[in-house]
Design a protein around this ligand. Structure first.
Ligand code: C5P
Length: 228
């Protein structure tokens, strides 16, 4: 089988992380969560007291910061400048600031380049997921999927994720209405910077609103196995 590159985009709560990680396991690919990289940079900005609107200082930060992300789908681990932040980057503070951090072209250029390097280095190939993988980071990937789900399904999935990750990890767990606002506001902010609402030419749109995790994994896995 050949080395295969897989690009998956979608909004928050579309299930793209769970699906991509499981497909990577079953197909024997590396897995890259690009959202975790943006979250890691946001975490470093908060650490340093940098304003998330300060493009110039963030540009310097993103070029200097060391972000080590596990690409083993069985190991979820993110380390920033020697500090393990796997859980911290999922917290309320980072979630609230990450869209602003990700809006700066200098931040995107640096992370895009690191993402391409990681994908190219993966021995058996890689599945990368985010907001601009099918269109900007890896438009030439062998398999390109836009994973969507209607807003109700996405808010519901995100609420369950927040619950599972232990509301205690958040500074005060979120009420259902807050999760809904957080998800939809972040999508609106992200949509101004990246295009993940409609599928680009050659990108397959997969609506998972009425599919469970296993069915969605199977649909993407079929495409990957056919390309391998
Ligand atoms: O996927 P996740 O929700 O963890 O992504 C966190 C944030 O990172 C998104 O809300 C978006 O602002 C940013 N992001 C991005 N481009 C990507 C992946 C994530 O701008 N490819």
């Amino acid at each position: 089988s050949r080395r295969v590159l897989v690009a998956v985009d979608g909004p928050s709560g579309s299930g793209k992380s769970s699906v991509s990680r499981e497909v990577a396991r079953r197909a024997g690919l590396s897995y890259l969560d690009t959202g975790a990289m943006y979250r890691a940079v946001c975490w470093a900005a908060l650490r340093d007291g940098i304003d998330v609107e300060d493009a110039e200082t963030l540009g310097a930060l993103v070029r200097a910061v060391h972000v080590d992300i596990s690409t083993d789908p069985d190991v979820e681990r993110v380390v920033v400048d020697g500090v393990e932040v796997t859980t911290a980057i999922r917290g309320a503070a980072v979630t609230a600031g990450v869209s602003a951090v990700a809006s700066h072209p200098a931040v995107r250029a640096e992370l895009r380049s690191r993402q391409r390097t990681t994908m190219d280095a993966a021995p058996t190939g890689c599945i990368a997921e985010g907001r601009d993988i099918t269109t900007v980071v890896a438009p030439d990937a062998h398999v390109r999927v836009l994973l969507t789900a209607d807003p109700a399904a996405r808010v519901d999935r995100r609420a369950r994720q927040v619950e599972q990750s232990g509301g205690a990890a958040e500074a005060g767990s979120l009420a259902a209405g807050d999760v809904s606002t957080a998800v939809l506001d972040r999508d609106a902010a992200d949509s101004r910077v990246t295009s993940f609402v409609t599928a680009a030419d050659g990108v397959l749109e997969l609506d998972s609103s009425h599919l469970d995790l296993e069915q969605t994994v199977q649909a993407v896995l079929d495409l990957v196995l056919a390309a391998q």
